[in-house]
Design a protein around this ligand. Structure first.
Ligand code: HEC
Ligand code: HEC
Ligand code: HEC
Ligand code: HEC
Ligand code: HEC
Length: 198
């Protein structure tokens, strides 16, 4: 084999190694840094089974976040009002002239089916997050209203027609906020890996 022929696989191998290293580096940096979502196209709202307008309910109807996300001040998951709760209002205000999206809500109720909302925010399974301590801290220590506390991580949902993720909520983002607020639990530095990882 000529020298040239021997060099080709070497060169290819080098390229491959570089490519793998670059991929690994991107993977690690993405975890630590707050990668802007636009770059990866994560910022878009998923299509929901019913086009539910937050702005209509919050801004115009004046319904509070915690009315529909009842568990948010008490537990881990915020939870979403079940379809029976939607019917409180939609069985009466609309009657037979319900707009199509509201008719869908009524159909879910009549067929006794839960609405399968698509998740907008989703942490991997190996990460634990609880709403309650965050809301408690932001309202009691920082003096925000409940709605302002939501905005800290979810942006101005009050004006959104479709909810979309506006804050990275990647590991670097979580850790930075914990560090900046000097939070500790059970005498353990809150930036300790086991605080957020199972
Ligand atoms: C406290 C009362 C109330 C509750 C609870 C409520 N809504 Fe509404 N909703 C309204 C009002 C008022 C409107 C505006 C009515 C209109 O458009 O005629 C509205 C509008 C809507 C619309 C837009 C209708 C259109 O014009 O296309 C949808 C979709 C909707 N609601 C879905 C839901 C769902 C799903 C739930 C439960 C998670 C829910 N609503 C809970 C009061 C409520
Ligand atoms: C009338 C009920 C209602 C009210 C009031 C309401 N929401 Fe929602 N929320 C919903 C429903 C239904 C969904 C699921 C559909 C969707 O994602 O748009 C949802 C979804 C969300 C999501 C996305 C959840 C995910 O999948 O990651 C966030 C964040 C959120 N709401 C925050 C808020 C905040 C903040 C407020 C107050 C400013 C608020 N909501 C007020 C009913 C409500
Ligand atoms: C410290 C940041 C932070 C704050 C403050 C916050 N959230 Fe969230 N929220 C998240 C994260 C992270 C997720 C994704 C959780 C997961 O995938 O396990 C989430 C998910 C949700 C969801 C969908 C899943 C669920 O938990 O049911 C809703 C609805 C929601 N948040 C509503 C709210 C509302 C309403 C408020 C204000 C009362 C609020 N959040 C405040 C970070 C936050
Ligand atoms: C706005 C700043 C902020 C952001 C952003 C934030 N946190 Fe926190 N987190 C806090 C504070 C403050 C506490 C301590 C609350 C208390 O006093 O109990 C805390 C506590 C926690 C706890 C411990 C709860 C307990 O007491 O058991 C976990 C777990 C946690 N955060 C996970 C996360 C994760 C995961 C993310 C990112 C998705 C995140 N946090 C983003 C401020 C933040
Ligand atoms: C404040 C919460 C928090 C702490 C503390 C934390 N992590 Fe994470 N970690 C997250 C979140 C949220 C994700 C998922 C989002 C992402 O990929 O950034 C994650 C993802 C990861 C991933 C997977 C990356 C990927 O792309 O899937 C690894 C590995 C990891 N963490 C290791 C660690 C190690 C090691 C420590 C301790 C030095 C640590 N984490 C401390 C919140 C945390």
């Amino acid at each position: 084999m000529s020298l040239k022929m021997k060099l080709i696989p070497l060169a290819l191998g080098g390229l491959l190694t570089t490519a793998v290293l670059v991929l690994v580096a991107i993977f690690v940096l993405r975890a630590w840094w707050n990668t802007p979502f636009e770059v990866f196209g994560f910022g878009e709202a998923p299509e929901q089974p019913i086009a539910f307008p937050h702005n209509q309910h919050v801004q115009i109807d004046g319904i509070s976040c915690a009315f529909c996300h009842r568990n948010v001040t008490e537990g881990d998951a915020a939870t979403i009002l079940p379809v029976e709760g939607c019917l409180f209002c939609h069985a009466t205000i609309q009657g037979d002239q319900a707009p199509p999206e509201v008719a869908k809500v009524v159909a879910y109720f009549n067929e006794n089916r839960p609405i399968d909302w698509k998740k907008v925010h989703r942490l991997p399974d190996h990460v634990q997050f609880a709403h309650e301590p965050h809301i408690r801290f932001l309202t009691q220590v920082q003096g925000l209203s409940i709605e302002q506390s939501c905005s800290t991580c979810h942006g101005n949902v009050r004006e959104m027609v479709e909810v979309e993720q506006v804050r990275s909520l990647k590991m670097g983002d979580c850790v930075d906020c914990h560090r900046n607020n000097q939070v500790f639990t059970e005498n353990k530095d809150i930036t300790d890996c086991t605080t957020c990882h199972y």
